[in-house]
Design a protein around this ligand. Structure first.
Ligand code: SAM
Ligand code: SF4
Length: 328
């Protein structure tokens, strides 16, 4: 069975959020003062595992566990173990802020996680604390080292670049990636949720500007490499490291979209830039154990996946969800 949307795109990649909570409050992701979901509204780990199993039966072969910060969820290692055993799942991965990697890296590796994304926007400890509001750079650096030591093969840094804050960190981050055998993707900020510290449009930094800065120091060649996600990759000749750009504004990647998301409260989101959703938790709680019913609802929902995202209309941001509630 395959999931295909109304534009002929095959859906093979699920991003599942396991919590909307986080130990950080990155300035582009959350407001300082956040209200999180009551626990009863969040999917249980068993429900999350059931959703993964259902999507794998529908042809999904890549699952990314995300959040909020997925590693703040209690007993999250049990979910990784269970999902890692699903037959025909090609890749199980996660996106993390890295702060709890030292604790979980070996659990992740033994569950079959081979590649991970770690968010890191700056190598300056003070700026790191400002951007994350609560974070300590060293715990992330230790986490990256622990992931390497545990045998996780490929680690990619994700950096959101804000023009007037951490643009000067682009080259240090590239150098860090080259030194430590990491890949890196630079992300254009998306207007998800109302943030207080900066205007999204003043801070907008286009991927092309970042690439130009890097090209002033290193030759960069485009590659055909894909990791079944939205990054477009470039490489420095003679180096293995991938340097990616996720450009939701400047280089719309919707035509090749193969992704859907499930939020921490069990809503199937068909597109990050639209509000269409289907309440999977309601179906599971009303009809426990009826996987075929869940599958039928998911298949039917594919018809609502929009052709492309629209973040702005008449200059006003459209989407009210914060990234932490949708899952990055
Ligand atoms: N807590 C984990 C982390 O930070 O990696 C996983 C969840 S986080 C929401 C996933 C990714 O989304 C991170 O790389 C983060 O930098 C990115 N992100 C958060 N808010 C964003 C926004 N408004 N625009 C673009 N990327 C954003
Ligand atoms: Fe937390 Fe990740 Fe959002 Fe930062 S980007 S506040 S680490 S969920």
């Amino acid at each position: 069975m395959k999931l295909t949307d109304g534009f002929g795109r095959n859906i093979t990649y699920l991003r599942l959020s396991v919590t909307d909570r986080c130990n950080y409050r990155c300035v582009y992701c959350m407001a300082e003062d956040m209200t999180f979901l009551p626990r009863a509204q969040v999917l249980s780990l068993e429900e999350s595992a059931e959703i993964c199993a259902t999507f794998v039966e529908l042809g999904v072969d890549k699952i990314r566990i995300t959040g909020g910060e997925p590693l703040v969820r209690r007993d999250i290692d049990a979910l990784f173990r269970q999902v890692g055993q699903l037959p025909s799942l090609r890749e199980l991965t996660l996106t993390t802020n890295g702060s709890y990697l030292a604790k979980y890296a070996s659990h992740l590796h033994s569950a079959g996680v081979k590649r991970i994304n770690v968010s890191l926007d700056t190598l300056d400890p003070e700026q790191f604390q400002e951007l994350t509001r609560f974070g300590q750079l060293q715990e992330v650096l230790d986490g990256i080292q622990a992931a390497r030591a545990a045998g996780i093969e490929r680690i990619k840094l994700n950096a959101v670049i804000l023009k007037n804050r951490n643009f000067s960190q682009v080259l240090p981050l590239v150098e860090f990636a080259l030194q430590h055998d990491l890949d890196i993707s630079f992300i254009e900020e998306m207007p998800l949720g109302q943030v207080s510290e900066h205007g999204r449009q003043e801070e907008f930094c286009a991927s092309a500007d970042i690439r130009e800065l890097i090209q002033g120091r290193y030759p960069l060649l485009p590659t055909a490499t894909t990791t079944a996600g939205p990054s477009r990759y470039w490489q420095i000749p003679g180096r293995d490291n991938l340097i990616g750009f996720i450009s939701p504004h400047s280089d719309n990647f919707c035509s090749s979209c193969n992704r859907i998301r499930v939020t921490a409260e069990g809503k199937l989101i068909l597109c990050l830039g639209n509000e269409h959703s289907l309440d999977l938790k309601a179906i599971m709680r009303r009809y426990p154990g009826e996987r075929e019913r869940l599958k039928a609802a998911i298949v039917a929902a594919m018809g609502n996946k929009p052709e492309k995202h629209h973040f702005y209309e008449d200059d006003a941001p459209q989407i009210v969800r914060f990234m932490n509630s949708t899952g990055g």
